[in-house]
Structure formats: C-alpha cells, structure tokens
Design a protein. Structure first.
Length: 203
C-alpha cells in the first residue's frame, strides 16, 4: 500500500480535562472526556476517570490497526493520559518515548521536558498539529490552532469557552470533544501526502 495516496485506518483522538483546576497539569486535573473518531463514527468516553481510561484502552485495542491522530498530542494529550493512568496504577497500551525535537518548545506539560513519539498497541501515532505548524504555518505565517484552521478550510467546529469546560452539560461536553476528534482526523486526511511522512517512528 502506498501510504501517500491510500491512508490506513485513521482515528482522531482528543481529550478534555478538568478546568476547575486549570486543566493543564496532570498532577491535579483529571481527564473528564475522551473522544475517538473514525470513518463515519464517533465514540466518547466519560464518567469516573479510572473507568474512562480502561474503556478507552480496550476500545483502542479492538480497532483495526491504523494511525491515531492527535492535535498537539505529542506534547499534551498522550503524556497527560500516561500520567493520569499512572495515578490510578493503570497500565495502558500506550507507549511514549521522548523526542529531542520537542525539547526547545515553550511551556511543556508540567512534569515533562517536551514532547514524545508514540504507539498505542498496534497503532502508530501522528501529531497533525506538527504537520500544519511545519507546513501551512511556516509557509503562510498562520497560527495553527485547531479551530481557526478548521474554519479556514470550511469545517464547522463546535466552540465553547475552553476555560469553563466544567460548566458544560454531559451532552455539550460530548459534542465538543467529539467535534475536536473529528476535525483532527479530517485535517490530517486533507494533507495526507505530507502528513504520512510525519507518522511517529519508534525504534
């Protein structure tokens, strides 16, 4: 299979964290929702964090081998998931390895020096944010936030006040996190010929 023309199964992944404590430190902020999005489907995981993590890990294990796509997941979502699982003494199929390319970034996740490359069971990982930052962002001088880029290409993100995630109803939170997972996957696929070259490689 030529990955530049025929993408393997791709799955958008996004997490939302507890904004009552700021939402940015895995030592204090719980994960309140996670979404997976594939071809024509979405699934949201919420509820008690330990159960959420167990169900998410099981769902990812059951998916056909493919590529998990995140937006800045190498520096946020994936290490956050690892840290929260560790607090519950849970072992995920997620493996992360520090990547020197990310050590010069500002404001790393608390407890981490930078970003990671990753696999999750039989899935590879692609950080679509890094693709757009090096590609569209560098050539056009554009910021690479998920929502602005999605709007620019004609997609319609669900938008809320990010600092008040904790004020959303369960249905609103599910809609929001699912939207981000769908957008992440869609943006990766729209630049797949370039994106596929940035799939994480673990040795």
């Amino acid at each position: 299979m030529d990955l530049t023309t025929t993408p393997p199964p791709t799955y958008g992944l996004d997490i939302e964290t507890d904004t009552t404590t700021g939402g940015l430190d895995p030592a204090t902020a719980a994960i309140v929702a996670v979404a997976l999005a594939g071809d024509g489907w979405q699934r949201v995981f919420d509820g008690p964090e330990d159960r959420l993590l167990t169900e998410l890990d099981a769902a990812i294990r059951e998916l056909d081998p493919g590529v998990l796509v995140t937006w800045n997941g190498s520096r946020f979502d994936l290490p956050f998931l690892i840290d929260r699982a560790n607090l519950h003494d849970q072992r995920l199929g997620l493996r992360i390895v520090a990547d020197r390319r990310f050590r010069t970034y500002r404001d790393p996740l608390p407890g981490h020096e930078g970003g990671y490359v990753a696999t999750w069971y039989h899935h590879q990982h692609l950080d679509a944010y890094q693709v757009y930052r090096r590609d569209v962002g560098a050539s056009l001088g554009l910021p690479c936030g998920l929502k602005p880029l999605a709007r620019m290409v004609g997609l319609r993100p669900v938008e809320v006040d990010r600092e008040n995630i904790h004020r959303l109803s369960a249905a609103e939170l599910a809609e929001y996190v699912a939207s981000d997972a769908v957008l992440t996957r869609e943006l990766a696929l729209r630049r797949w010929a370039n994106a596929c070259r940035s799939i994480d490689q673990l040795t």
